[in-house]
Design a protein around this ligand. Sequence first.
Ligand SMILES: Cc1cc2nc3c(=O)[nH]c(=O)nc-3n(C[C@H](O)[C@H](O)[C@H](O)COP(=O)(O)OP(=O)(O)OC[C@H]3O[C@@H](n4cnc5c(N)ncnc54)[C@H](O)[C@@H]3O)c2cc1C
Length: 232
Amino acid sequence: MKRYVIVGNGVAGTTAAEHIRHLDKDGKIDIFTDESTPFYTRIRLPEYIAGLVDEEKLILRKPQWYRTTGAELHLEECVQGIDLEEREVHTAKGTAYPYDRLLLTTGSHSFVPPIKGVEKPGVFSLRSLTDAKLIRDYALEAKRAILIGGGVLGLEAGNGLRRRGIEVTVVSSFQDYFPDRWTFPVRKSSRNRWKRWDSVSFWVPNPRKLWGAKGPKDSLWRVVRSCHVTWY
Ligand SMILES: Cc1cc2nc3c(=O)[nH]c(=O)nc-3n(C[C@H](O)[C@H](O)[C@H](O)COP(=O)(O)OP(=O)(O)OC[C@H]3O[C@@H](n4cnc5c(N)ncnc54)[C@H](O)[C@@H]3O)c2cc1C
């Protein structure tokens, strides 16, 4: 019987486990995550922040799935070392797990720029459900939010906060990348996904470079009319 160890229970690790089981009905599959939740969708975290979905809805694989797949999920068990000679992984709980095949699907982390003060309370990054919970709790008392980064994830998270009635300002240094993806004001197109936005301020260094000659003159542009943002 082969022993498979998968580090990471995101979409990559979980799908891999599914396929391994399809190919090998008897192998032992161990999936490790340093998080406390079975496989969940990060894509809906902005909706979670907005209070539109609860934790239950985010979880895509319930304990039953692990039982029927025959994959053992090790929650809150961070893999800290790999012994290539002994062919085993070592976890933060001090346990060693042997493997015949090892798969690392450890995903990524939010890049936090080295800005003074990022360690202070009230500064967050969004990657995990834990991050989203912290943001959601903090948002209960918050009135205004500054969003650093005008990429898709940032804007979606901002939209989540806006839906909670928080005044959102997006600060972005993008000059070229941004308009390729977003159009303001927005063209109607049924093939695109739409997001409804209003009352959001955008702070960009040179708005006319972004939005053309008809764009706002000031670097702080407030979207006062309802508008939509879309991506291709
Ligand atoms: C808010 C948000 C919105 C998104 N929206 C979209 C979208 O609309 N469309 C889209 O295509 N993508 C979207 N993404 C990106 C998408 O979620 C990622 O591409 C995807 O999660 C990557 O999956 P993964 O399995 O490679 O890694 P991850 O989902 O990052 O999973 C890796 C797992 O490994 C765990 N891990 C890491 N190191 C260790 C260790 N040493 N020991 C144990 N466990 C460990 C991590 O904690 C994590 O649980 C979004 C991401 C976020 C954060």
